[in-house]
Design a protein around this ligand. Sequence first.
Ligand code: C5P
Length: 233
Amino acid sequence: SEAAPLTGRTVVVTAGGTREALDPVRYLGNRSSGKQGVAVAEAALAAGATVTFIGGAMSVEPPAGADVVRVESTQELHEAVLRHAAGADALVMAAAVADFRPAEYAEAKIKKAQDGTNPVIRLERTPDILADTVAARTAGEPMPGVIVGFGAETGDATTSVLEFGAAKLARKGCEMLVVNQVGRDKVFGQDTTEVTMLFADGREPVAAAGDKADVGVAIVTELAGLLDRPARL
Ligand code: C5P
């Protein structure tokens, strides 16, 4: 119905940042607040969906009314997404996933060396959870027909934020990419945001701006529209 367009639908939303352990007391993390993912989950719940919310490190509470799964590392998030996305109608990957993690984990706390030498942290790539979910679907697993990624872009001298976004959408193979322009004091942790939604089916981009709650509703509106179409063109 008009009032509850996602009735009978199952939506998995990831949010927050991952933490990659260096030793028992230290980690590499990021500035994600989890606010945008929580807003998407709340909008999906309001639209009548059953929501599984997979949250990493966040500065806000997980949404009331969702099935909440908490994770810390990219590895845990990876396992949780593949498990919970199976059989779901849509996946929204709003989590800020580490692109790199320490290549080694020190079982004991890393100490200051007596000879004054400093430790060197070697990094390795993390798995791309979004791309792996799309790949699992391509391989015939029951992954969501609508997969939404986020792209935090800064643009550079020669390439605009939206050009980077379009390339990312194609690379990831998902149905929709929510692109936002980020900086140190922009978007991450803030209550307001400005995004452009890009679509794999060739539809015109849709812009949304305002409170993260309003942008969450705009994202869910587009998601509901995608669910009402044949899964893949
Ligand atoms: O490539 P980039 O990190 O900019 O892509 C961002 C999108 O991909 C987000 O939706 C994020 O949740 C997802 N991602 C992921 N696994 C990673 C890195 C990012 O699923 N290792």
